[in-house]
Ligand binder design. Structure first.
Ligand SMILES: [Mg+2]
Length: 418
């Protein structure tokens, strides 16, 4: 397939965190709202059922703004700004705590809604995805409109979509008609719609590169398209300048990379001092429970349940032992995880002090796809003989790892994050 025949959509949720908060607190619509407080900023429900919100002027601390509504942005309050500074600019703005659990929940909802159209989805983080529409029957505007409606039906939130021949243009285009945008870009639109834009609008041209380009008098994508290739190569090197030339012409052959599901999630902890299996039993037990609670929390937040639960121990001589157990049905609750992991623990002779303890859930499935009728019963254990018993196996580098992480940016080239 030639690059020219592709139809790539970029879908970006509109002011995502703020919009999720406004769903919950519709009375705040139209107000300057700043998200970034800790739990202390949670609104108080009054006896008459109304809510009293914290105000930015009452904030004291060193936190930064996570995001703000358009009304707050009009007052000069933007994400990453110190809250104390924001409070000077917008003392009357409503302050809300950041609630990533809710944002992840809505993120799953909108991605699941899009997945009903196609599996050709690349996850770009909590509020954006690429979708390859090439194989979907129908006209691009119709498909995009249907996807927008499905996202709204699933979440109550609006998104902006651009359909373009590639990811580069689709990403730029989804910003052009926000909010609730539906944008189509073809190569013929590049001079009129892309070239007037600042080079910063191109994903992959970060602050450093744009500053350098500005030094050369190159401010817009059109300036870049007209720039001398030799000059660019002198200042940016062969590889990046070559990419800049292609980007300015709206050319990009990167495929949509379908995101893979996480294989496992785990939590582990290395003790401050090596713990004795008997002498330090209360401390070990508490750490064990805490790990299971955190793992259950990870699973819940990401929307998974696991059918195989594993335990990992490292002794004071650095010998590592793992055991796992496969259950009759997947689970996600802390008590169930602890129960299964305890069964694993019983199969390990505890002859030495312990240096590290870890729990893992694998054979993951989406919690919403697990059959409701297969609710796990504690004690419903069926041991998978041998397979998981691997002395010395060392699952390195997953301390505190919570499996599938939300993608951060979308830098095209390493070293120039946007
Ligand atoms: Mg967004």
């Amino acid at each position: 397939m030639t690059a020219g025949s592709r139809r790539i959509a970029h879908l970006d949720m509109d002011a995502f965190y703020a919009s999720v908060e406004l769903l919950r607190y519709p009375e705040l619509r139209g107000q300057a709202v700043v998200i970034g407080g800790g739990r202390a900023a949670a609104p108080e429900t009054l006896p008459d059922g109304s809510r009293r919100f914290a105000r930015l002027r009452d904030y004291a601390g060193r936190g930064v703004v996570t995001t703000s509504t358009y009304e707050a942005r009009a007052l000069g309050v933007f994400s990453a700004m110190g809250m104390m500074k924001a409070a000077q600019l917008a003392p009357d703005a409503v302050l809300l705590p950041t609630d990533f659990d809710s944002y992840r929940h809505y993120s799953r909802l909108f991605k699941t809604a899009v997945a009903a159209f196609t599996a050709q989805i690349e996850d770009r983080g909590i509020d954006e995805i690429y979708i390859d529409l090439t194989e979907i029957a129908g006209a691009s505007p119709d498909i995009a409109a249907r996807i927008k409606r499905a996202v709204h039906a699933a979440t109550g939130l609006t998104c902006s979509i651009c359909v373009a021949p590639n990811k580069l243009l689709a990403k730029i285009g989804s910003e052009l008609d926000k909010p609730d945008g539906l944008t189509l870009l073809t190569p013929a639109d590049i001079p009129l719609r892309i070239w007037p834009l600042s080079v910063r609008k191109v994903n992959g041209i970060g602050p450093k590169a744009s500053e350098k380009l500005a030094g050369l008098g190159i401010l817009t994508v059109g300036d870049l398209a007209a720039a001398d290739a030799g000059l660019l190569q002198t200042h940016f090197g062969r590889s990046y300048s070559g990419w800049l030339v292609e980007a300015a012409q709206g050319r990009d052959d990167r495929p949509v990379v379908v995101s893979s599901e996480p294989k496992s999630m785990s939590r582990e902890t290395t003790f401050e001092r090596d713990l004795h299996p008997k002498g330090d039993r209360p401390a070990l037990s508490a750490a064990f429970t805490a790990l299971c609670v955190r793992l259950a929390d990870d699973l819940r937040r990401k929307g998974y349940v696991g059918q195989t639960i594993g335990l990992k121990l490292r002794f004071d001589d650095f010998r590592t032992v793992t055991r796992d157990v496969t259950l009759l049905a997947p689970i996600g609750d802390a008590a169930g995880i602890r129960h299964a992991a305890t069964e694993c623990l019983k199969r390990i002779p505890l002859t030495r002090r312990l240096r590290l303890l870890g729990v893992r859930a694998s054979s993951l499935t989406r919690a919403d796809e697990a059959h409701a009728g297969h609710r796990p019963v504690q004690g419903e254990l069926s041991f998978a003989p041998g397979a998981g018993d691997a002395d010395g196996a060392d699952g390195a580098g997953d301390a505190g790892e919570a499996g599938h992480a939300d993608g951060a940016g979308d830098a095209v080239l390493p070293g120039d994050p946007d």
